[in-house]
Every structure is written in structure tokens, then in C-alpha cells.
Design a protein around this ligand. Structure first.
Ligand SMILES: [Zn+2]
Length: 143
């Protein structure tokens, strides 16, 4: 709890310093994320381009998969060459929508809405989403 108050204080101090001190880095305003490419088989779904999407989002593909499996109540296994199998028949549209939720929750800065962020180490149930564009640090739930 103390830690959380401290970061809140830091954040308020940062706001006080004013926008002129915000580090200006080259940043993308939005991401160009491709649609999920998947193959549906009887009781499984093979995702073909998750690593490519993870690269663009600058996230660990395993973190994205964890989010997908929690949201869709399924499980995954890795079959090599950047391909993953999800249990059950899941449509590409469903996966696109889950990835877009993932971006809102774990990639986009809630302050400036830019996507150039990174996740800092997990502490208890909180990860910090650090924005490389505006410098904001926002707590997000760990998976
Ligand atoms: Zn930001």
C-alpha cells in the first residue's frame, strides 16, 4: 500500500513539473497491427502470426497468449516456428477483438493513448505500464 501511495505522489509531482519537461521521443501515434491469421480445425485453432503481432506491440507473445486464454477460457500449446494451438474452435474475428482489448489494457498509455510503452516488473498483483512518449506510469493488473 505504501508503495502505491509513493507512486501516486511521484505522479502528482510529475504533473506539477509541467508538460514542458515531458521527454520528447520519436513515437508512433498508433500501431499498425495485422489481423490474426488462424486455421480452424475440428477442436483446435492454430494461430500463425502471433509472434509478428507481439513484435509490433513490443510484448512477450506469452503474455498475449495468457490474456487470450483467460479471456476465451481456453489453453494453448506451442508448436514451433511461432505458431500456437488454442484448444477449441475460435474465429479470427474473436481473436482480433481480444487483441484489441489487450492493446487497450496493456499497450496503450491511458494518459496520452500512444502505444510506445513497456511493462515494468511485476510487484504483487500490479505491473506498471511505463509510457515512453509522455512518461506516465500507470498501474495495470497482472495476468
Ligand atoms: Zn503516454
Amino acid at each position: 500500500m505504501i508503495k502505491e501511495n509513493e507512486s501516486k505522489k511521484d505522479y502528482l509531482e510529475w504533473l506539477d513539473r509541467g508538460l514542458s519537461k515531458v521527454p520528447k521521443t520519436e513515437s508512433r501515434d498508433r500501431l499498425n497491427v495485422p489481423s490474426v491469421e488462424c486455421i480452424n480445425e475440428k477442436n483446435k485453432t492454430i494461430i500463425q502470426n502471433l509472434n509478428q503481432i507481439a513484435d509490433i506491440l513490443n510484448r512477450d507473445p506469452k503474455h498475449i497468449l495468457k490474456y487470450i486464454t483467460l479471456r476465451l477460457a481456453t489453453s494453448y500449446s506451442e508448436i514451433g516456428e511461432g505458431r500456437y494451438i488454442l484448444k477449441g474452435r475460435i474465429l479470427d474475428k474473436q481473436l482480433d477483438s481480444v487483441i484489441s482489448d489487450y492493446i487497450k489494457a496493456y499497450v496503450e498509455c491511458p494518459v496520452c493513448k500512444r502505444p510506445d510503452t513497456k511493462l515494468s516488473k511485476e510487484k504483487r498483483n500490479i505491473i506498471q505500464l511505463v509510457c515512453l512518449s509522455c512518461g506516465a506510469v500507470s498501474p495495470v493488473k497482472s495476468l
